[in-house]
Design a protein around this ligand. Structure first.
Ligand code: NAD
Ligand code: UD1
Length: 337
């Protein structure tokens, strides 16, 4: 067990679910977030789930003085790094903001880790780093080739970390490539809370079901898939959070780096997800099929053998459970936090 884990982006969607799992497992955690895409109200929710008051600093990871203060006053020996901007369309419009936040933020964190000899680093990467010409399922050793600035920040971050590992010798990194995280904590107290119109499918469906939006637009009905709609590997965010704990265990026990997909290995189409959500919510989800979204691909899903082999981790929850948990969260919190 670590002395203390620093979670960046701690009040965000995946960060908050991971925080809960880490506290429940007895880890000491300090969270940092600048709240650019999350709310401090989350803290009370984490406390009511875990009965532990979360240790939180509001701050920007690009500010090295803030990071130094944290490392000076806490014995941090593992960083779990979620803080990043993540909207693909926005990254095309504002590439400099994305490179500044995602790359500069990582550099400041690594400088601080170096100064304070923190040797364990868990990085939020994404399936978006894989080259779209690969045929799914995606294996970790397949060619990389992102197609938008957000994806490039993830691939560049992986590269920076790999170079840093060579230079610092004792640093170990878990490169975790997430597929499509969805779902919410079973308590219904925390979940995904997008600000503005959701870019991603599951939160959009949930907001239609709860009456915040009228109609789901399905981007393309003529993809070469089971029903013509796009296929993705949806993974429950609590399974994903547990994947981080498995990665932390691996870093401590094996004292080696690893690169693994975190997905289920199962592909689900847009229409299949809509129908599963209709069953979970007992609501009709009105939709229309519109033209394809620029940059989309037909099918994406993971090969998950390596995560199982190296970390003994695999996802357990299926799409029905994901929809039930999202619906509990969304119907209990129709306007978010
Ligand atoms: P999120 O936006 O909910 O959480 C990210 C958090 O980081 C937010 O709370 C935001 O306020 C904070 N943040 C951003 N920049 C910061 C900075 N400079 N300093 C301090 N805090 C900052 O996103 P999420 O879905 O929880 O994603 C977490 C990580 O996982 C991100 O790195 C994201 O790129 C990656 N990821 C997400 C998905 C997904 O579909 N959600 C898929 C693959 C990878
Ligand atoms: C998105 C990101 C990707 C990220 C991934 C993981 C984009 C363009 N890509 O991809 O970088 O790694 O999430 O979370 O945002 N869909 C609709 N209607 C909608 C929304 C989506 O039909 O309103 C369809 C899409 O065309 C796709 C599927 O639903 O077939 C899933 O979309 P989404 O949730 O945005 O995820 P990804 O496209 O996989």
């Amino acid at each position: 067990m670590f002395a203390m884990i620093l979670l960046t982006g701690a009040t965000g969607y995946i960060g908050s679910h991971t925080w809960v799992e880490l506290l429940n497992a007895g880890h000491e955690v300090i969270g940092i977030d600048n709240l650019c895409n999350s709310s401090e109200k989350l803290l009370a929710r984490v406390e009511s789930i875990t009965n532990i008051k979360p240790n939180f600093i509001r701050g920007d990871i690009r500010n090295i003085d803030v990071l130094r203060k944290i490392f000076q006053s806490h014995n941090i020996d593992c960083v779990v790094h979620f803080a990043a901007l993540k909207a693909v369309g926005e990254s095309v419009e504002k590439p400099l903001e994305y490179y500044d936040n995602n790359i500069n933020g990582l550099l400041q964190l690594l400088r601080t880790c170096n100064e304070f000899s923190c040797e364990n680093f868990v990085f939020s990467s994404s399936a978006t780093v894989y080259h779209t010409e690969n045929n799914p399922p995606y294996f970790e050793n397949m060619a990389l080739g992102p197609v938008n600035p957000y994806g490039w920040t993830k691939m560049m971050s992986e590269q920076i970390l790999r170079n840093f590992e060579v230079a610092s010798l004792s640093t170990r990194v878990a490169y975790l490539r997430y597929f499509n995280p969805v779902g919410a904590h079973a308590s219904g107290l925390i979940g995904e809370n997008p600000l503005g119109a959701p870019n991603n499918l599951m939160p959009y469906i949930a907001q239609v079901a709860v009456g915040r939006r009228e109609l789901l637009s399905i981007y393309g009905g003529d993809w070469p898939t089971v029903d013509g709609t796009g296929v993705r590997d949806y993974i429950h965010v609590v399974d994903l959070a547990k994947g981080h704990m498995a990665a932390i265990d691996y870093l401590t026990q094996q004292k080696k780096s690893l690169t693994v997909n975190l997905g289920t290995g199962v592909g689900t189409s847009v229409l299949q997800l809509v129908h599963a959500f209709e069953i979970a919510s007992k609501k009709k989800i009105p939709y229309e099929i519109v033209s394809r979204r620029v940059g989309d691909i037909a099918v994406s899903y993971a090969n998950t053998d390596l995560a199982k082999k190296l970390m003994g981790w695999s996802a357990h929850m299926g799409v029905d459970q994901m929809c039930q948990d999202v619906w509990r969260w969304q119907s209990n919190n129709p306007s978010g936090y």
